[in-house]
Design a protein around this ligand. Structure first.
Ligand code: HEC
Ligand code: HEC
Length: 245
């Protein structure tokens, strides 16, 4: 509960020290290769065209146009298992990917060939403390201060970030999946996206220096435990002192 600041400092040192580079799949590089695009198109016709149309231009009430969705969106939705969706009315949720990384590269190349969306980001090493402020300002309102997720209105869920990789974070920020806003490079620079990606990785293994993490559920359980244990101990002291006098 306490000792968050020293914990963060140690983690910054670790993050900088490890220089956690994340190499991105060959997906972006493959975009120009016609054979890869053609292989992607074949997979697309079988797995995606019932909702997005054979040319990716979308079908009303089934799936949006992917013309300017870009490599980042295709890579994000496919790697996190959100696509292919089973039912167009359901919220896409994270799950096991339906395709292997080679096939994902082909599908990404096809979707990228349709228009001019954001490319798969290359995530530079980030700064943990800068990422913490970016997160508290732009993400915590929906994902909670500890990235545990929550609920939006009309039954939509905000997912926990406990499985999000650095690339997932950088892509989500640019793509704005579902009800999440899209952050342009004017709002969050690529460096800030990398910083927040580093902070999200830190949230996976926060260092509970100086106490128990209490499930990282935030101030309410912390206050509750503080109240019960703290007040209990106080009452005990009062009692002991009282009996002696
Ligand atoms: C059952 C219908 C369905 C199928 C099948 C399906 N999709 Fe989708 N797709 C959707 C819907 C609906 C959305 C919008 C979801 C949302 O709210 O994020 C979507 C969104 C997307 C997006 C994000 C678009 C954007 O602008 O950000 C991508 C990329 C995508 N789909 C790719 C695919 C690919 C590739 C396949 C095949 C492997 C596929 N989808 C199969 C229904 C479908
Ligand atoms: C308005 C609420 C909202 C805000 C603000 C928001 N998100 Fe999201 N986020 C969502 C929702 C909703 C989803 C699930 C989208 C879907 O249906 O696929 C999501 C999904 C994600 C995912 C994918 C998680 C996974 O495991 O698949 C990541 C990563 C993410 N958000 C990171 C961020 C970061 C980083 C920020 C701040 C820069 C942020 N979000 C701001 C609502 C929000």
């Amino acid at each position: 509960v306490k000792g968050v600041v020293p914990g963060l400092l140690v983690a910054v040192a670790l993050a900088v020290g490890l220089g956690s580079f994340h190499r991105v799949t060959a997906a972006a590089a493959q975009a120009a290769d016609p054979a890869t695009v053609a292989a992607g198109h074949a997979l697309f016709v079988t797995g995606c065209s019932t909702c997005h149309g054979a040319d990716g231009s979308g079908i009303a009430h089934r799936g949006p146009s992917l013309v300017n969705a870009g490599a980042a969106a295709a890579d994000f939705y496919l790697r996190t298992g959100r696509m292919p969706l089973a039912n167009p009315d359901q919220q896409p949720l994270r799950g096991p990917a339906a395709y292997d990384s080679h096939q994902i590269g082909q599908l990404v190349a096809f979707v990228a060939s349709l228009g001019h969306g954001p490319p798969v980001p290359v995530v530079a090493p980030g700064d943990l403390q800068a990422g913490n402020s970016v997160f508290q300002l732009n993400c915590a309102a929906c994902h909670s201060v500890v990235g545990a997720g929550g609920a939006l209105s009309y039954g939509n869920v905000v997912p926990s970030l406990d499985r999000a990789t650095r690339t997932d974070v950088a892509e989500a920020v640019r793509v704005g999946p579902g009800n999440m806003p899209k952050f342009s490079t004017q709002v969050l620079t690529d460096q800030q996206a990398a910083d927040v990606a580093t902070y999200v990785q830190y949230l996976h293994h926060p260092q509970d220096r100086g106490g128990f993490g209490l499930g990282h559920l935030g101030p309410i359980p912390e206050g509750f435990v503080g109240l019960v244990l703290g007040l209990g101990a106080l009452l005990l002291c009062v009692r002991l002192i009282g009996t002696r006098a």
